[in-house]
Design a protein around this ligand. Structure first.
Ligand SMILES: Cc1ncc(C[n+]2csc(CCOP(=O)(O)OP(=O)(O)O)c2C)c(N)n1
Ligand SMILES: [Mg+2]
Length: 327
């Protein structure tokens, strides 16, 4: 059941954004230190309102399928920051025993089915989860996150066509952040708004200011309710901006600094803090920031204390019957 929208919900929308920012600020910091974090670190700086708003609109039975920019979705869903940090560091006590790293995260206990870093694969993979919900007549939906770059992939078109045809309970959430790697939107997409495609698939489409967490939340609540009631899929486009490089080792030399500065002014955390202060709901964001920092420090200490998985365990937990045990 969806809780009544009030002070508690507004505070949760803000505190989840603050936690995501604090968590990823630490990732950014450690990504610059050699040997601290394996692989490519991809953060959602500037896009926190989408993770916080959409995920808060989900109910427990809803399923998430996500992509390479997934930390925010997982934290907002309540995934343990310690296990998440340890996983990102490739440690044994990580969410996936240190074998997924940052890019293949999954947490079935929170119905985060999977992360696919194959651009455009997540929507098609979400079809399986949504079909199962539909087949079992569950009161649940599948929420899949993908980027504006992914929207051009054939697999996304197939997924949308099939979902609309079979009236599957899927919320397609397109995080339109203006970039696909180093390519600006108009270099890879002939329409400025992905949402314009929704009617052509035979589904509802809505667009929101992705830096306005309450707008995202309310729209997601509405669309998800319709999905769960068997009215078929919907496309929610959230307009936002990628505030960091594609990954933390991308210095964004190709980004127009004035354009970036304009978007920095629309930072979703600063905007919502101001709104809640004006409403008298909070005095400042500092208490939430301190709490988030403590959680992140504890998460890092936990991850640091955890060992790396042993080489002889490399094939464990990969297959249902691993090659290691089958010989
Ligand atoms: C099929 C495929 N092609 C290319 C890549 C390399 N790649 C990783 S992320 C990315 C950009 C994706 O852009 P978008 O979907 O807008 O997501 P964003 O990174 O902006 O969140 C690319 C090209 C990939 N992982 N998979
Ligand atoms: Mg993008």
């Amino acid at each position: 059941m969806q809780k009544q929208f009030g002070h508690e919900q507004r505070l949760a929308l803000l505190s989840n954004m603050v936690l995501i920012r604090a968590f990823e600020d630490k990732i950014t910091e450690l990504a610059q230190v050699e040997g601290r974090l394996p692989g490519m670190q991809i953060t959602c700086h500037g896009q926190e309102a989408i993770a916080s708003g959409v995920v808060q609109a989900l109910i427990n039975t809803d399923v998430i399928v996500t992509n390479h920019r997934s930390h925010g979705h997982m934290l907002a869903r309540g995934v343990d920051p310690k296990a998440l940090f340890a996983e990102i560091m490739g440690k044994k006590d990580g969410l996936n025993k240190g074998k997924s790293g940052t890019l293949h995260l999954t947490d079935p206990s929170h119905n985060v089915l999977m992360t696919s870093t194959i651009v455009g694969a997540s929507p098609l993979l979400a079809m399986g989860a949504a079909f199962a919900q539909h087949y079992r007549k569950e009161h649940a939906a599948t929420c899949v996150f993908f980027g504006d770059g992914a929207a051009a992939e054939g697999s996304v078109h197939e997924a949308m066509n099939m979902a609309a045809l079979w009236k599957l309970p899927v919320l397609f959430v397109c995080e339109s952040n203006g970039w696909a790697g180093a390519q600006p939107h108009d270099e890879h997409c002939p329409v400025s708004r992905i949402v314009e495609r929704a009617p052509a698939y035979g589904m509802v489409g809505e667009i929101v200011d992705g830096n306005d967490v309450e707008a995202v939340y309310h729209m997601a609540v509405r669309l998800l309710n319709d999905c769960r009631q068997g009215r078929g899929p919907a496309l929610l486009e959230c307009q936002t901006y990628r505030m960091h490089g594609h990954s933390e080792n991308d210095v964004q030399h190709y980004v127009d600094k004035a354009e970036l500065a304009e978007w920095v002014k629309l930072d979703p955390i600063i905007r919502y803090t101001q709104i809640l202060r004006e409403k008298g709901e909070i005095e400042s964001v500092e208490t939430l920031e301190k709490q988030a920092k403590t959680l992140v420090d504890e998460a890092l200490a936990f991850a640091d204390a955890s060992p790396y998985p042993l080489p002889e365990e490399a094939m464990d937990h990969i297959y249902v019957n691993s090659f290691a045990t089958e010989g």
